[in-house]
Design a protein around this ligand. Structure first.
Ligand code: HEC
Length: 141
């Protein structure tokens, strides 16, 4: 992409150092600046969306053992036919679903009641615990 540089080089040619006028950034340079700006914005956004405090997986497991395992299984593989598996789901997804049940944005008569008293920290801890479980998938023959 040499064109913009060629143009600015031509502009200063012959005038020598003294006659040099401040260069207006070329379109190409503006493009680079925009890209840097975008990266900076994305970085800011990511930190704005960051989880409250570092999630405590052990605390999440302890809470889930007591409150969730009866339906979602001790390791996040559901024991009830109508309950979803939570093992290996992304932490962000699980936390969002729990917050949606808590706020009523997602409604379910059981999960709504269960999610109601959960704190943000408990939600992050349990989501981190389920997200930390790794599954191995095999195709059936
Ligand atoms: C009495 C059984 C039961 C218990 C206990 C229970 N759940 Fe659930 N959970 C369900 C059912 C049934 C659904 C499906 C609800 C729906 O259709 O929206 C569900 C859905 C969810 C979902 C959404 C999953 C998805 O794929 O969208 C999450 C997350 C979840 N439960 C987390 C928990 C956590 C964390 C606990 C413990 C604090 C818990 N559940 C306790 C029955 C239960």
């Amino acid at each position: 992409m040499p064109a913009p540089f060629t143009a600015s080089a031509t502009a200063t040619k012959g005038k020598g150092r003294a006659g040099r006028v401040p260069r207006v950034p070329t379109v190409f340079e503006k493009g680079v600046n925009m890209r840097i700006l975008t990266i900076v914005c994305l970085a800011g956004l990511t930190s704005a969306l960051a989880l409250p405090a570092a999630a405590d997986i052990a605390a999440g497991k302890a809470k889930a053992d007591m409150a969730c395992a009866v339906c979602h299984g001790a390791q996040g593989i559901a024991t009830l036919p109508n309950a979803p598996n939570l093992a290996g789901q992304p932490q962000i997804y699980l936390a969002e679903q729990l917050k949606n049940y808590r706020s009523g944005k997602r409604t379910h008569e059981v999960m709504g009641v269960i999610a109601k008293p959960l704190t943000d920290q408990e939600i992050e801890n349990m989501s981190a615990w389920y997200a930390s479980l790794q599954m191995e998938l095999r195709e059936s023959k």
